[in-house]
Design a protein around this ligand. Sequence first.
Ligand code: SF4
Ligand code: SF4
Length: 229
Amino acid sequence: MSLLPLASTAQAGIGDQPPRRPGIEGKRYGMLVDLRKCIGCQACTVSCSVENLPPIGQFRTTVLQYEVTETPDAPSALINLPRLCNHCDEPPCVPVCPVQATFQRTDGIVLVDNERCVGCGYCVQACPYDARFINHETQTADKCTFCEHRLEVGLLPACVESCVGGARVIGDLNDPQSEISRRLETHKDEIRVLKPGMNTDPHVYYIGLPEAFVNEVDGQAGIRLIAKH
Ligand code: SF4
Ligand code: SF4
């Protein structure tokens, strides 16, 4: 694999996004997760692990299950919340990488060059979504790639293909006729992203995300994490 020349830290500047590298030309990928259709079966979690082979106990995507109670007397509701890298348009994980191992492609997909990564974990700390981890086997940063190796040959990501409820949709946001673009337009008043106040411009969108989850997905009064996977 050829290495791109490093920009000096001074040249890049703290907080600046380095230039994007080539991706699938003309596209900007995003994912829509319709929580009304997610049944919490973890088929996506399993198929992702089969496809991408993270170490046992580490996951690129998972579905957290929460019990939500609106008021003390109200019955509680179960919410299944699939989580993955948001492939943010302003990804804080990218500029903190001292060796430019983490980068964003022109099609929006954020990747890690594992031959360059030194495993410092800065990106893990910088991600507001807990989307990254240091792979126990490679000792380098790891996370969801939107299965870019599958997209490049016209296949869907493993999690999308295996989703029993059809809750996950991936597609090209630059194409107004793509299924994801049409669904985002149809449901534009219901679309939410996680932690919008972080100004990361996440490109994983949710339908049916309770307001209580938007900024405090890790738990607050009235939300109880039932099981962590
Ligand atoms: Fe980076 Fe985290 Fe955003 Fe993914 S979700 S692009 S790892 S900041
Ligand atoms: Fe960059 Fe790797 Fe350090 Fe993350 S762990 S900041 S990808 S060198």
